[in-house]
Design a protein. Structure first.
Length: 209
């Protein structure tokens, strides 16, 4: 059963406050999202396995730990998820990056996949799906399903801000997926925006309206 982790580290919470502010401009917003993603990467990689190796310091030989070489994949949901990739990659530079793009058909309301590009060894990797917002949870659930159809079996979801409705949707559709968040907000409004939220993450990241 997947778990929900709300990361309450003071640095994360401080930066989330500035991300939310209306008067935070595009450059600062982009930088802050990048920084929070990097801080969250520490927590989401807490269970990576280690291997003991022998090294030589300037003083003596000793045994110390290194990552055991577990394969990681970072999967941004287009387009807002792109804003989180570099922050995670800074701490896991050997990770491969895949991309998934989906939109919902306005008539059938079913997901339409318009872009999907992944590393060939997707089934061997621990995948971290990233998207700043988890509102209804529909896009994230569809992206995770697309990954599972291609053989992915170890998936985590990392978002900055979520609505309770989105968290419940992922837990229902993908109970095996752990969810990592900086905040669970109050609710969704009638337009599907998270309240209090931070507005449209894609528009704020890329300066579009």
């Amino acid at each position: 059963m997947g778990n929900v982790f709300v990361l309450d580290h003071p640095l994360i919470q401080h930066k989330i406050t500035h991300i939310r502010k209306t008067d935070t401009g595009t450059k600062d917003f982009r930088d802050l999202v990048d920084e929070v993603a990097g801080l969250m990467a520490y927590e989401i990689t807490r269970d990576l396995p280690l291997t003991e190796v022998e090294i030589e310091t300037p003083v003596a030989k000793t045994k110390s730990n290194v990552l055991s070489g577990k394969k990681i994949g970072i999967v941004p949901i287009l387009r807002a998820g792109l804003g989180m990739v570099d922050g995670v990659l800074r701490h896991i530079p050997a990770a491969k990056v895949g991309h998934v793009g989906l939109y919902r058909d306005p008539e059938t309301l079913k997901p339409v996949e318009y872009y999907f590009k992944m590393p060939k060894d997707i089934s061997e990797r621990d995948l971290i799906v990233v998207d700043p917002m988890l509102a209804t949870g529909g896009s994230a659930a569809d992206a995770i399903q697309s990954l599972k159809k291609r053989g992915a079996n170890k998936i985590k979801l990392m978002c900055l801000i979520a609505a309770p409705e989105g968290v419940d949707h992922i837990k229902k559709e993908h109970p095996d997926v752990d969810i990592y968040l900086a905040s669970i907000d109050e609710k969704l409004d009638e337009k599907g925006y998270i309240v209090p939220g931070l507005g449209d993450a894609g528009d704020r990241l890329f300066g579009t309206k």
